[in-house]
Design a protein around this ligand. Structure first.
Ligand code: SAM
Length: 277
């Protein structure tokens, strides 16, 4: 008998998922961790009842949150991922020939354990020699690594629980301190249709801290509101001023260089909101 998971996103909007099987379920020190077999999108990681990634469309988000910043920076040798415990972003970052080291700082070891066992499509990255899996709070970790990284990727859950501070100006200030003098970072900044005020707040914070601030988008089936945003802060390189991009020497299922450029073409309703800083 399938279970129905009701994923509530606001008072007026929920997503109902038909769950064929609960493959893993454990309460960690930070959240409730579950691996579910969803009838529509396959195996998925859920944290406190919110679907984080599904095997059916994870590649869209994991490719876009990594390859756009990694092709913007000319020499992304040292990469830090905050969050990203499923391993999908680390899998993609490790594909880049110029990337020598990927530090993945995930706060919850139970997420690592669950994904290692049930989401090998993504957790395969844990065994990549370039990848270091660190189980620490990214908020503290970032403060202790000044001037260290070329690219930082904030692949966080929604702004709830341990992730709340990952959307605040103080954290972005600390990210700036952890970046090298020509470094850049990207954070997932939620849905255009459900979280516009948050997108504006994040963009305003990042614009006040970095000379280059850009928003780009992609769509997917898993996240509520479907049109998803990523916000970039860069000390030097502007993705909109990149001429010829480095050739892509590895396989992707969604990302390509046409999408690199197209993803920064913003709908008017978002442009107007961002201009009204
Ligand atoms: N791609 C997914 C999305 O956009 O919702 C999220 C990927 S991953 C599952 C998000 C991870 O961020 C979770 O595993 C969570 O434990 C982790 N996380 C939340 N707050 C954190 C913090 N302060 N430091 C490090 N990791 C954190």
């Amino acid at each position: 008998m399938p279970i129905i998971l009701n994923e509530k996103h606001s008072t007026g909007l929920s997503m109902n998922w038909t769950v064929d099987k609960v493959l893993y379920h454990q309460k960690s020190d930070f959240q409730e961790v579950a691996i579910l077999e969803l009838q529509e999108l396959g195996r998925a990681l859920a944290l406190d009842g919110a679907i984080q990634v599904t095997v059916k469309d994870e590649f869209v988000y994991n490719e876009m949150i990594t390859h756009v910043p990694l092709f913007t920076h000319p020499n992304p040798e040292k990469v830090l991922i905050i969050g990203g415990g499923d391993g999908g972003a680390a899998r993609e970052a490790a594909k880049h020939p110029k990337v020598k080291q990927v530090d993945m700082c995930e706060i919850d070891p139970v997420v690592i354990e669950a994904c290692r066992e049930y989401l090998p499509e993504m957790s395969v990255s844990y065994d990549n020699p370039k990848v270091n899996v660190i189980t620490k709070d990214g908020i503290a970790f970032i403060k202790n690594n000044p001037n260290t990284y070329d690219v930082i990727i904030i692949d966080s859950s929604d702004p709830v629980g341990p992730a709340v501070e990952l959307f605040q100006k103080q954290f972005y200030t600390d990210v700036r301190g952890a970046l090298k003098e020509d470094g850049l970072f990207v954070c997932q900044s939620e849905s255009l249709f459900l979280h516009m005020q948050l997108i504006k707040d994040v963009y305003t914070s990042i614009s006040s801290l970095f000379p280059v601030a850009r928003v780009y988008t992609s769509t997917n089936a898993t996240y509520p509101g479907f049109l998803w945003s990523y916000t970039m802060g860069s000390k030097k390189y502007d993705p909109l001023e990149k001429g010829e991009l480095e050739p892509q020497t590895f396989q992707t299922k969604y990302y390509n260089h046409d999408l690199f450029k197209a993803s920064f073409a913003l709908p008017n309703f978002l442009k107007e909101e961002l201009e009204q800083k």
